[in-house]
Design a protein around this ligand. Structure first.
Ligand code: SAH
Length: 257
């Protein structure tokens, strides 16, 4: 048998050994999210939401959703203490989870879809997310939309998102492995389409699969060489396009891997 038994005395982690000996480690400078008590993470998350509001996120539905989803459950255990900081974090396979501020900003834009105009308490209908990654944004979207279809091209991340979301038992989130460049026709038409990866331009398939009254929010290559957020509304009169601030997203790639 190749199973290794621990040798004694077992080496404890510094925190554990200090606690075992009754000595507490020095107080941490930054708010720490322990993996156990959810109340502590609630407090840290509430501070994150306050910060989002101070940064200009004003849609109550979005702030509530950001406050509800436990971001620390989606990141590697080594990064748990950074889960609520305004920073993007690696999620494996060279991909990143966006900063909370960017997630909130994009979802707030999505909630500005023409069909929801003047309905500050309404939910979006069916939403398509391109780039599931670790599944965090899909979980946030689940709070503001009646149904979420999320597609990921990397099998490893698709499976990781599935494992991460299992804890939440979300019956209205559907994860698909596939190339999001062609959208997901089976779920169309969508009230909203949101992309977490940036390509040359918004694929025609997304526009076709968008409902009238719906909105696309996506990073795309900008004329200046970087990326910018693009908003496309489908109205009865046709498409309305708006180019907003510069952003930095991982590239939109075709095919599955
Ligand atoms: N929303 C994610 C962020 C993921 S980063 C989260 O909350 O974690 C963007 C993701 O888009 C990456 O996982 C990348 O693999 C994926 N991606 C890039 N091009 C894609 C495509 N054509 N179809 C589906 N997913 C794609």
């Amino acid at each position: 048998m190749a199973t290794q038994r621990p040798s004694f005395p077992v080496r404890l982690t510094p925190t554990a050994s200090a606690a075992t000996r009754g000595r507490m480690p020095a107080a941490p400078v930054k708010p720490v999210v322990p993996s156990t008590p959810s109340m502590a993470s609630d407090a840290v998350r509430a501070r994150m939401v306050q910060k989002l509001a101070a940064q200009g996120i004003s849609d109550a539905r979005v702030l509530r959703a950001m406050g509800a989803v436990e971001r620390h459950r989606f990141v590697d255990s080594a990064l748990v203490n950074q889960a609520y900081e305004d920073t993007s974090l690696p999620i494996g396979l060279g991909q990143t989870i966006s900063k909370p501020n960017v997630v909130a900003r994009m979802i707030e834009l999505l909630m500005g879809a023409p069909a929801l105009a003047g309905k500050p308490d309404a939910k979006l209908g069916r939403v398509l997310e391109i780039g599931t990654g670790c599944g965090y944004q899909a979980a946030v979207l689940n709070h503001v939309a009646t149904e979420v279809y999320s597609i990921e091209r990397l099998r490893g991340l698709h499976e990781r998102a599935r494992a991460n979301l299992r804890h939440f038992r979300l019956a209205t989130v559907h994860l698909m492995l596939g190339d999001g460049m062609i959208g997901y026709a089976k779920g169309a038409p969508y009230a909203g389409i949101i992309a977490a990866a940036g390509g040359e331009a918004v694929p025609e398939a997304w526009i076709e699969q968008l409902a009238v009254g719906g909105r696309i929010v996506a990073p795309t290559h900008s004329a200046k060489g970087g990326q910018a957020l693009v908003v496309i509304d489908k109205t009865p009169r046709g498409l309305e396009r708006l180019i907003l601030e510069a952003v930095h997203f991982v590239p939109l790639k075709s095919g599955i891997a």
